[in-house]
Structures are given as structure tokens and as C-alpha cells.
Ligand binder design. Structure first.
Ligand code: UDP
Length: 320
């Protein structure tokens, strides 16, 4: 018996693979390496390079490894890019996922853990955001993830596929083995650390006129190890016969872009020059999680909630 992890060569998926293996699960990774890194995949995982929409390959993997559950990370995940290239987001995140769902269902897979996002909520009408908050995404990325959540709910009703959708807030930090290396990098914390290292002249702050205390956008930053833990707990929930459900994964603390820059200055003892620029299309002003449901139903409790420690975990990779 094995768990198929799509996108297991990516930033969050690679950490989850490490932790699932430590927890005793047999893991098969399927990743087309369009954004992931082969060397980020744990040596104890079986690895296949290919597309999740390649039904023949997915069916072969499921049969050979007796796959009983899927943890589906692989997706494009840049808000800005999704506004400029919605076509590739709908193709990769929605169409390919529909094909994956059909292929694994044909092989009798009944448990599915899905990487969703707080971007499915859009501009919040209440803070903190709980799972009952309306879902009105402000960008194509969020819409693709919401479509998959809806697809999963329909597959549960029609085929009895049980799923957990995990709505990540802002993933960040590093573990002893894995770190963030997107190409191109668009995420705030690695860009701030690039500036602290002198690898870039300054950080562009996207918007200084948001309705927030300092005018910059507020996010809830959550360590990748804590995200990873939630996948293991979600898998156990399904394995124990738990119902399909959606869970927010965040710390419940919001930090503005300027506050993240200040925290990074304290961690690195370096200057972080910045320029305030125009807002980035598709960005909500404030996203803060209420994650009580993950705590009560899954038993999830973040182990690395402190922002400075999170930034420090990423900084240590650069200074090692
Ligand atoms: N951000 C920014 N400058 C950058 C990158 C990001 O001001 O170079 C802001 C972005 O507008 C958002 C926050 O930082 O408010 C986190 O953005 P990131 O891209 O890291 O994650 P997202 O919220 O898009 O998932």
C-alpha cells in the first residue's frame, strides 16, 4: 500500500514526503519537474517524472504500488502569474486535476488530500477567516483552487470519494533538509532575504495604500513543517473513516509587508531596502486564518508559530 504524492518535488510537497516517510508511509511521488526539483525528493520515495493528467501513467503507478490515497500538491501557485496567464492555470490546476481524479478513481482510490488556499476566499468580509466565510476569489489562481474543491465535493456525492481540502495561508520557512527555491521567485520572504543578502537592490512593496494600519497588505505566515503535519493528520482522518472536510491552516496572526521586513531585519541584522510600488493585481488587503477547526477535528497545532523563527529557518540556509 502506498500514498501517491503529486508535486512531491515542490516546496511544500517535498517536506510532506519527508514527514510521511518518517511516519511510516510508503510514498510514490509524481512530478513533472516543471517547477519542482528532483533533488528535493526523499531518496526513500519512488519517483516518476510525468504529468498528473497522464492517465496511463497514473493508472500504472496506482496498480504497481497499490495506491490507496492521493495527496495532491502539484499546481501553479503564483497569484500575479495567474492574472497574466489564466489559461495555463485553468489547464494545469483544473483540467489536469480532473484527469487525475478520473484515473485514481478507476484504480479504487477513495482518499484524497488537496492543497487548497486562502485565495479561495477573496477579499474578506470578516477577519479572522473561518471555513464558512464566503468564497469569492479575486484572482484566477484562487478560482482554480475553488473549482477543484467543488469538483471534489461533487465526486464525494457521486462516487463516495472522501477528501480533505487544506486551505493554506502563506507558506514559508525551511526545514533542515528543504528550503524555498522558486524560479522565478515571487514570494515575499525569500525576496526580502535576497535583499538582506545583497542579491537584490531592494524589495518592491506591492501597495502602500491598503486599508491596514501601515497601508501594506497583511498575511498569515505559516511554517511549511506545520503545513506538512496537517497533511499527515488529514490522511489519518480519512484512513479512520472521517468525513470530507475543509480546513484553514494558518497561525491566526496577521503581519503587514512592512512588519515582515522589520522582522527580517531583526533576524538577519541586515538592512532591507524597499520601494513602495503599485498594488499587485488580484491581491486582497488582509488574510488571517481562524484555524480552530483543524485543531479540533484533526488535532493540528502549529509548532513554529513565531514569525522571526520562521524567517530564521529560511535565513539559516543562506548563511550555512
Ligand atoms: N509582496 C510584496 N512584494 C513582493 C512580493 C509579495 O509586497 O515582492 C506582498 C504581496 O502583495 C502580499 C504578500 O507580500 O501582500 C505576500 O505575497 P506572496 O507573493 O509571498 O504570497 P501570496 O499572498 O501571493 O500567496
Amino acid at each position: 500500500m502506498a500514498v501517491l504524492v503529486t508535486g512531491g518535488a515542490g516546496y511544500i510537497g517535498s517536506v510532506a514526503v519527508d514527514d510521511l516517510i518518517d511516519a511510516g508511509e510508503a510514498i510514490v511521488v509524481l512530478d513533472n519537474l516543471s517547477r519542482g526539483h528532483r533533488d528535493a525528493v526523499n531518496d526513500d520515495a519512488a519517483f516518476y517524472q510525468g504529468d498528473i493528467g497522464d492517465a496511463e501513467l497514473v493508472i500504472k503507478i496506482c496498480r504497481e504500488h497499490d495506491v490507496t490515497a492521493v495527496i495532491h500538491f502539484s499546481a501553479f501557485a503564483y497569484v500575479g502569474e495567474s492574472v497574466e496567464r489564466p489559461d495555463i492555470y485553468y489547464q494545469n490546476n483544473v483540467v489536469q486535476t480532473a484527469l487525475l481524479l478520473d484515473a485514481v478513481r478507476e484504480c479504487g482510490v477513495r482518499h484524497f488530500v488537496f492543497s487548497s488556499t486562502c485565495a479561495t476566499y477573496g477579499e474578506p468580509v470578516a477577519i479572522p477567516i473561518d471555513e464558512t466565510h464566503p468564497q469569492n476569489p479575486t484572482n484566477p489562481y484562487g478560482r482554480t483552487k475553488l473549482m477543484v474543491e467543488q469538483m471534489l465535493a461533487d465526486h464525494d456525492r457521486a462516487f463516495g470519494v472522501k477528501y480533505v481540502a487544506l486551505r493554506y495561508f502563506n507558506a514559508c520557512g525551511a526545514t533542515e533538509k528543504r528550503f524555498e527555491r522558486h524560479d522565478p521567485e515571487t514570494h515575499l520572504i525569500p525576496l526580502i532575504l535576497d535583499a538582506a543578502e545583497g542579491k537584490r537592490e531592494s524589495v518592491s512593496i506591492f501597495g502602500g495604500d491598503y486599508p491596514t494600519p501601515d497601508g501594506t497588505a497583511i498575511r498569515d505566515y505559516i511554517h511549511i513543517s506545520d503545513l506538512s503535519l496537517a497533511h499527515l493528520l488529514a490522511l489519518r482522518h480519512l484512513q479512520k473513516g472521517g468525513q470530507s472536510d475543509c480546513f484553514n491552516l494558518g497561525n491566526g496572526n496577521g503581519f503587514s509587508v512592512l512588519e515582515v521586513i522589520d522582522a527580517a531585519k531583526r533576524v538577519t541584522s541586515k538592512d532591507v531596502p524597499y520601494k513602495i510600488e503599485r498594488r499587485r493585481a488580484g491581491d486582497p488587503s488582509r488574510l488571517i486564518a481562524k484555524a480552530d477547526k483543524a485543531a479540533s477535528v484533526l488535532g493540528w497545532k502549529p509548532q513554529h508559530p513565531d514569525l522571526e523563527s520562521i524567517i530564521d529557518s529560511a535565513w539559516r540556509w543562506r548563511t550555512a
